[in-house]
Design a protein around this ligand. Structure first.
Ligand code: CA
Length: 471
């Protein structure tokens, strides 16, 4: 006769009951997608595996790219940090509200009458957060918590140390790390911490749709990396950049892993891009493009760009049409089912029908750039650059991606058409509310002039200009 051990039966019953009742983190069924906008800072067009680099390894982003769409002709609306972010967060050319130049310290900031993507997503019931660099104003009216974001863990200025404990970390300093206005300390490396704060927020809000702006300061200067990662790249010709990019890639990997663990990945729309081209001072590469951060050649504003939404967009593709970071606002709204904003008309478009194939035309035939005396426009593959007090160049990117051959004389009709469309666009802009520093304007004038003449600039920074002029 079989002897029944009731104790074992009871234990088995408890185990069975516990397993049956433990909620498995299945894919969360929620109609509105989560949205994560991941921004790198000063990263070069070429410096990611998914953009073709065999020098700067980015395994997590490369994996993410397999589920998404890689854009090859995507542009930010400015070639420096603050105006690019103003365009990104409003979906509008920032020169319409005076945000043409990098923001100077103290009491200036992004026009408070502009509606941000945070405002719109929050009104639609999203939990909203910024983790990282803000650079849209340091004083109270411009604080992220007042611009549509429930949570802010980051810093208000344009750059800072990647470690805690420098002069930055004094309460009230705009470079300090703060959480919703309160000074915070952090351990370890800032890029890792931004990833950690993001995954905490994801888990906390797994049952609400959320909009996260993960705004890395990597790979902006100072060139600081974790020692163990630097050791990994000790023989690399660009070891600081490689190590900083590696940590950013790891943080993105951590975010994606958490989305998967929470069952949120498939219905999350992820954008990844850089806020402007690679800088002259951070070892980055914009090849095969000409130019870099701060100038109107393609290397200044054409950026690495990735869009992923596994549930709605077929991945493993490339998209070669002209697109803009201004599209992120309209695309996010459409994804969330929001049909209108209380703000002014958007300059970006909803990319989704273009990516699903429902709309086979290009999202944009024209894009425009201007920062004080330097302006440019794209019309399909044509590119016009204007340098005030110097002149114009017209390039055809179809067979001259490196912008070397001027067509302004032989293609007079195209040249005139683009000069006029640039001037027409400018007629709707306001005067810049603040100006770039005078010495930087002199430097960028020399850089543009040199690149238009297909030669090396005599100087690339105010310091270099000083020693060149004193020779
Ligand atoms: Ca930047």
């Amino acid at each position: 006769m079989i002897k029944i051990n009731y104790k074992i039966l009871i234990v088995l019953a408890i185990v069975f009951w516990t397993v049956a009742c433990t909620p498995l983190k299945k894919e969360v069924k929620q109609i509105k997608p989560n949205i994560i906008l991941i921004l790198a800072d000063d990263a070069g067009y070429a410096d990611f595996g998914f953009m073709g680099s065999d020098e700067i390894p980015t395994p997590h982003l490369d994996n993410l790219a397999k589920d998404g769409i890689i854009f090859t002709d995507a542009h930010v609306s400015a070639t420096v940090c603050s105006p690019s972010r103003a365009g990104l967060l409003t979906g509008r050319y920032q020169q319409q509200f005076g945000h043409e130049c990098n923001i100077p310290p103290h009491n200036l900031g992004m026009d408070i009458t502009e509606v941000t993507i945070g405002d719109v997503m929050k009104s639609a019931g999203y939990k909203t957060a910024v983790f990282g660099k803000w650079h849209l104003g340091e004083s109270a009216p411009f604080h992220p918590n007042k611009r549509g974001f429930d949570e802010f863990w980051g810093f208000l200025e344009g750059h800072r140390s990647y470690f805690y404990g420098s002069d930055n970390d004094i309460p009230g300093n705009p470079h300090e790390i703060q959480h919703n206005g309160k000074h915070v300390k952090f351990d370890g490396y800032l890029t890792d911490e931004l990833g950690n704060r993001t995954i905490e927020f994801i888990t906390k809000n797994r049952k609400n749709p959320f909009f996260i702006f993960l705004s890395f300061n990597a790979v902006h200067t100072p060139m600081q990396a974790r020692k163990d990662v630097l050791d990994k790249f000790k023989d690399h010709p660009r070891k600081e950049l490689a190590a900083m990019t590696w940590s950013m890639d790891e943080a993105v990997g951590k975010v994606v892993a958490r989305l998967k663990a929470e069952g949120l990945y498939k219905n999350t729309l992820i954008f990844f891009l850089s806020d402007n081209g690679g800088a002259a001072n951070n070892q980055s590469s914009c090849l095969p493009l000409k130019g870099w951060k701060g100038n109107k050649f393609e290397g200044g504003h054409r950026v690495p760009y990735l869009v992923v939404w596994p549930e709605k967009l077929e991945g493993g593709k490339r998209y070669d049409e002209l697109t803009s970071a201004l599209d992120i606002f309209a695309t996010s709204m459409a994804a969330a089912g929001i049909t209108e904003t209380s703000g002014k008309p958007l300059d970006g478009v909803n990319l989704i029908p273009h990516l699903t194939g429902d709309n086979s035309s290009a999202p944009h035939n024209q894009l425009f750039w201007r920062k004080e005396g330097m302006a440019a426009t794209r019309e399909n593959n044509w590119k016009l650059i204007r340098l005030d007090n110097y002149g114009y160049r017209l390039y055809n990117l179809e067979d001259d991606l490196g912008e070397t051959l001027d067509h302004s004389i032989e293609n007079k009709e195209q040249f005139n058409k683009m000069v006029q469309s640039l001037e027409h666009w400018e007629s709707n802009l306001t005067e810049p509310w603040w100006r770039e520093a005078k010495d930087w304007n002199q430097v960028t004038f020399e850089i543009h002039k040199a690149l238009m003449e297909n030669r090396e600039p005599n100087y690339k920074s105010p310091e270099e200009m000083k020693s060149y002029l004193n020779q």
